[in-house]
Each structure stands twice: as C-alpha cells, then as structure tokens.
Design a protein around this ligand. Structure first.
Ligand SMILES: [Zn+2]
Ligand SMILES: [Zn+2]
Length: 142
C-alpha cells in the first residue's frame, strides 16, 4: 500500500502532485494486475490546474481519485449518497482513461470533462455509444 505521499507534496501549494503518485502507484501493482486505482483524501493538483478530482495514465496502468473536493454539499438531500456517487463516477472516469479513453464531447458520457462539482453531479455514470466501442476495441488489444 502506498501510505506515504510526502514525495509528491508541494509546500508552496500545500497540495499533492498527482503525476508522480501515479508513477509510484504502478510499482505497487503486481504484474498480473491490469489496472490500479487509488483513492485518497489529500488534495491533488497538476501544474496547469488549481486542483484535480483525479488523474490517470492514458492507456496506462494507474489512476487516482481524490475525495477532497468531492464532499462539498451541492444542496443535496442525501449528501452521503451523493458523495459516494461522485467517487464512483470519478473512479470510472479515471479508469476509462487507463483504457485509453480520452475526454468525450458528449454530455451523456462519463468521459465528459467536468470543470466543477456541479458538472460531476449532472454527469451520467455511463459511457456513450462511441466510447463503448472504443473501450471494446481496447479490451480486444489486451
Ligand atoms: Zn478526465
Ligand atoms: Zn463518450
């Protein structure tokens, strides 16, 4: 298990850089593991963005989701359920990237890029037809 993330900590931003975590995470996965997904409470960033909900290696092995920005209540009557749904959506989205799926323009697709938590809530947890085909092709390559 990857418990010490201090190597990825940025003292100026007080956040963790997700990209080096992905590289390290990969080394923790046994070779027979197809993908590895980490879920963390720490706030993640990549240099071009203020924060990220998660990051993945496109077509690679590892991905990570941060719950840090997912627990803002968006006037939900069931915050706990909403929080869990957001984590699941982000996990599927990042795993999709590891299966070589890129951001999708369709609003009815889990691979649609979300700029904020409201968009995460509006987003479906399903792949669009087009991305399903791409995923099936990727599965054949494995
Ligand atoms: Zn994405
Ligand atoms: Zn799509």
């Amino acid at each position: 298990m990857l418990t010490d993330l201090s190597f990825a900590y940025h003292t100026g931003r007080k956040q963790y850089h997700s990209t080096p975590i992905l590289v390290k995470l990969e080394t923790f996965a046994p070779p027979e593991f197809l993908k590895v997904l980490a879920i963390t409470r720490v706030d993640l960033f990549i240099p071009i963005l203020t924060y990220v909900f998660g990051e993945a290696q496109l077509g690679g092995k590892s991905c990570i989701v941060s719950t840090c920005r997912l627990n803002e209540d968006n006037w939900s009557v069931e915050p706990e359920r909403l929080f869990k749904a957001r984590i699941v959506k982000e996990a599927i989205h990042e795993l999709g990237h590891t299966f070589n799926l890129r951001h999708c323009k369709s609003n009815d697709c889990i691979m649609n890029y979300c700029r904020g938590i409201e968009e995460v809530d509006l987003r479906t947890d399903q792949l669009c037809r087009y991305c399903k085909v791409l995923l099936a092709d990727e599965e054949k390559r494995l």
